[in-house]
Write a protein that binds this ligand. Structure first.
Ligand code: HPA
Length: 279
């Protein structure tokens, strides 16, 4: 059996010893979406390199630190940046922070990412509440011996994206007067962007979004029984939809443009999710 459980326990104890807060909700802030964590009060910021066994992010646009702080009156642990398969990490390593959140006593996580829009209904900058995923990464964080202390050998994924949380997010957006969509996220390993033919294929099999993250984290979080809300920012239309090449600068520019909407939505959903986890 792997040492994941003991490593997660060490990292969790370390993090809890670094802050007087006891975070109730874990967040992962994707490419360019880290601004939410800059606004937390009573914040303790810990670079991933200082957290025992924690993977370090190398992607541009990812700060690579854990911020424990209060969002209003709700203590949260927010990851500014994550690691990806394309950096050379295994799915288990990518999912390790979820193991740590779980060992910190966190019962709900909010995952965010930048994604390409596969659905022709979306426009650049759209916010999409993920309703389901298609894992095309050829990897799964649960491969290998199962550690029953985390969860079952064959965990259910029919409720991967917790419906009551999706409804909370939808209502919060409408209170804020923001349009949100719901969609299916297809995850590929990357790091090359997709070809136009791959995007036509993804649309045919039912994907609305495409990205290179999130699914390993969702699988590990559900394995441990944590509830998940996941939101994508459509940073670009996927390959072949517009007659233009894709690049990471465009992704970061879009997240910068809609960053404040994103932060407002996160702030609006937190009180209701906190109420659910504390119930
Ligand atoms: N494809 C894959 N990942 C992405 C994209 C994309 O078009 N945009 C942002 N992340």
């Amino acid at each position: 059996m792997s040492d994941d459980f003991n490593h997660a326990e060490s990292a969790a104890r370390f993090l809890l010893s670094e802050s007087p807060l006891c975070p109730r909700i874990g967040l992962v802030l994707g490419s360019g979406l880290g601004g939410f964590a800059d606004e937390l009060s009573d914040a303790t910021r810990i670079p991933y390199a200082n957290i025992p066994f924690f993977p370090r992010s190398t992607a541009v646009g990812h700060a690579g630190q854990m911020v424990m702080g209060n969002a209003g009156s709700i203590p949260v642990a927010a990851m500014q940046g994550r690691v990806h398969l394309y950096e050379g990490y295994s799915a288990k390593e990518v999912a390790f922070p979820m193991r740590v959140f779980g060992r910190m006593g966190i019962r709900a996580v909010i995952l965010t990412n930048a994604a390409g829009g596969v659905s022709l209904e979306y426009k650049q900058g759209a916010l999409v509440i993920i309703s389901d995923h298609i894992n095309l990464q050829g990897q799964n964080p649960l491969i290998g011996a199962n550690d029953e202390r985390f969860g079952l050998r064959f965990p259910d994924m029919t409720k991967a994206y917790w419906k009551p949380y999706r409804e909370i997010a939808e209502k919060a957006a409408s209170r804020l007067g923001k349009m949100v969509y719901h969609g299916v996220y297809a995850a590929l390993a990357g790091p090359s962007y997709e070809t136009p033919a791959e995007i036509r294929y993804l649309r045919t099999i039912g994907a609305d979004l495409v990205g290179m993250s999130t699914v390993s984290e969702v699988i590990a979080a559900r394995h441990m029984g944590m509830k998940v809300l996941a939101i994508s920012c459509v940073t670009n239309m996927a390959a072949g939809i517009l007659d233009q090449a894709l690049n990471h600068e465009e992704v970061l520019e879009t997240t910068k443009r809609v960053g404040s909407d994103f932060v407002a939505l996160l702030r609006a959903v937190l009180p209701e999710i906190a109420r659910d986890v504390d119930a």
